[in-house]
Design a protein around this ligand. Structure first.
Ligand code: XMP
Length: 326
């Protein structure tokens, strides 16, 4: 396993100068490995796959094909940002797959969280597989593996990966970040010119908003998760909390309660807000948020998000609550 051990001589990448040196070294290594062959990458828009994409675009340009699958469970603005940054700004070969209906149809009526995860994971592989088969002459599969993925498959990672590609699509792997820690990936991402909101993004689960739309996913509640999440992110960013709180998001449970708007009785969904700090996601504490800001967020969500009449703030540490609700 010598191949999978970070070289002891490797300096921790903490500055843009060190990032530049790493990038130069990787560009040469990638060009040597890939030659004039073609590479495929599943580009989620998360930090790791985005940095791999940016590196490969620099190294081999159009020999790279990025596939971005929109499974309908992404945050507001994410697919648009992937297209803007990679296709429009970096001139990448980007295949955008709108698979929203396909995923939501498969998930219809499915309540159990682990089944939801399995369906999302398996469907993702299927969509990616179909796209890979449409392309000729792919020799390499690039992946955003980072060093912690190699070191541990701890509680956080254990439920991430569902299945893999079939035998005829087992390409040689290209993993330029496999010896980097997350903070180093971010420094490299910035040096490659990726936007801060992509590089310093909070962790986002593979199944996306799907595990925040509690129980069987419906399109109206999913939209309420997406819109309330966007408001929360906007307010945290405006108030200097975006880089300070480890993870913050909203959840829409599958029950309703009564409310009143403009003198009329309503019967609508609540939105739950969760904001936590943690070092390793194994335990977590609730982030203390200024009460005025909380009240402002409640006001915006209840007035701007369709079908929502109440906001609950989750004050439960982990344990006993997990960070996600499913
Ligand atoms: P929990 O809810 O287990 O979450 O306290 C710990 C961290 O893991 C993330 N998480 C996931 N990430 N696929 C992922 O890629 C998943 O299925 C998944 N479930 C939870 C969660 O967002 C938190 O950061």
């Amino acid at each position: 396993m010598a191949d999978n051990k970070r070289p002891e001589s490797m300096e921790r990448i903490t500055t843009s100068a060190l990032a530049e040196a790493f990038i130069e070294e990787q560009l040469a290594a990638l060009r040597a490995q890939i030659g004039d062959k073609k590479v495929l990458l599943a580009l989620s828009g998360g930090v790791d796959s985005s940095v791999v994409a940016a590196l490969l675009i620099k190294a081999v340009g159009k020999q790279l094909t990025c596939v971005h699958v929109n499974h309908g469970l992404l945050r507001k603005g994410e697919p648009e940002q992937v297209i803007e940054v990679f296709r429009n700004q970096m001139d990448a070969n980007l295949v955008y797959v709108d698979a929203v209906d396909r995923f939501l149809d498969k998930l219809e009526g499915v309540e159990e969280p682990e089944r939801k995860r399995k369906i999302i994971g398996a469907e993702f592989i299927r969509v990616f597989e179909e796209e890979a088969r449409k392309l000729d002459g792919i020799a390499f599969l690039a992946q955003g593996t980072i060093y912690p993925d190699i070191l541990e498959s701890g509680p956080v990672k254990s439920h991430h990966n569902v299945g893999g590609l079939p035998e005829d699509l087992q390409f040689e792997l290209v993993e330029p970040l496999k010896f980097l820690y997350k903070d180093e990936v971010r420094v490299v991402g910035t040096a490659l010119g990726l936007p801060d909101n992509m590089v310093y993004r909070q962790p986002f689960p593979g199944p996306g908003l799907g595990v925040r739309c509690v129980g069987a996913i419906t399109r109206d509640r999913l939209e309420a998760v997406r819109e309330s999440d966007a408001i929360l992110r906007e307010e945290f960013a405006k108030n200097g909390l975006a880089g300070k709180v480890w993870q913050y998001f909203t959840i829409v449970p599958d029950f309703k309660s009564t409310g009143i708007t403009d003198g009329l009785r309503t019967y609508d969904w609540p939105v739950v807000v969760r904001a936590v700090n943690t070092v390793d996601a194994v335990t977590a504490e609730v982030a203390e948020i200024d009460f005025k800001l909380m009240a402002h967020i409640v006001d915006r969500i209840t007035h701007e998000v369709k079908g929502v009449n109440r906001v609950l703030w989750d004050l439960t540490p982990k344990p006993t609550g997990t960070i996600e609700w499913e």
